[in-house]
Design a binder for this molecule. Structure first.
Ligand SMILES: [Fe+2]
Length: 229
């Protein structure tokens, strides 16, 4: 079953379009956390059914991954502390938004023989690292030697290094095999600002794009979401 047909069959595509459309209005009709969790789960299920070469470890299932994500705070934390999607639950919101933007690049993906399910998988996990990047700071608490004037998510002083690499590291708990195209899209989703490339970052990014065009797709969708397009 093709991914778009699978998405339509499950109702996820319609839900995603609805959630995104509503979130851009002035009316308070943003998707609830429960709706976003359901949508994420449906999409991950679509990926797990459609991607060749994706394999989970023994005893890992869609259900167990969802439980782990919950425990990691994936549905709770923000997607940043100071730039975009700073609110509680914004990591999953941003994640779904990136998938939405990828769906809008469907023709570009098709013209370049990019597997949409692989792109969706990359989007779903590209910022998994952020479950370790941010912690909640109450108003009046001390963070980085300063008093926090307004409760918000702040950078975790004890976070592990890395961004794309950290997302891949966390994913390894569940997946024993992930296609290299997906791993590349996650590793280089920051584009020319990729943390993991010492030296000429722009060159490292462009080399990655020339090998796996999906890197450009993920980076473009991520930027579009981060900038509120
Ligand atoms: Fe992102």
């Amino acid at each position: 079953m093709g991914i778009l047909l699978d998405l339509k069959t499950t109702g996820a595509l319609e839900a995603l379009l609805k959630a995104n459309k509503e979130s851009t209005t002035e009316v308070l009709t943003e998707p609830t956390v429960a709706e976003m969790k359901d949508l994420f789960k449906v999409m991950l299920g679509v990926c797990m059914r459609n991607i060749n070469g994706l394999a989970v470890h023994p005893d890992v299932s869609l259900e167990s991954i969802m439980i782990d994500l919950e425990l990691m705070g994936f549905f709770e934390v923000s997607a940043s502390s100071s730039t975009h999607h700073k609110r509680r639950h914004d990591l999953v919101y941003h994640t779904l938004d990136v998938v939405y933007h990828i769906m809008g690049l469907e023709k570009l993906c098709a013209d370049n023989h990019i597997d949409m399910a692989e792109m969706m998988m990359g989007a779903l996990f590209h910022d998994l690292c952020k479950t370790d990047d941010y912690i909640w700071a109450d108003e009046g608490s001390i963070h980085a030697g300063k008093k926090v004037n307004k409760a918000r998510f702040v950078s975790n002083p004890n976070k592990q290094l890395g961004h794309g690499t950290k997302s891949l590291l966390f994913m390894a708990k569940w997946f024993k095999e992930v296609p290299v195209s997906i791993r590349s899209s996650i590793l280089f989703h920051m584009g020319p600002w990729v943390d993991e490339a010492p030296g000429d970052k722009a060159n490292a990014y462009s080399n990655a794009v020339s090998k796996y065009f999906g890197v450009l797709i993920i980076h473009t969708a991520d930027m579009a979401s981060a900038r509120g397009v």
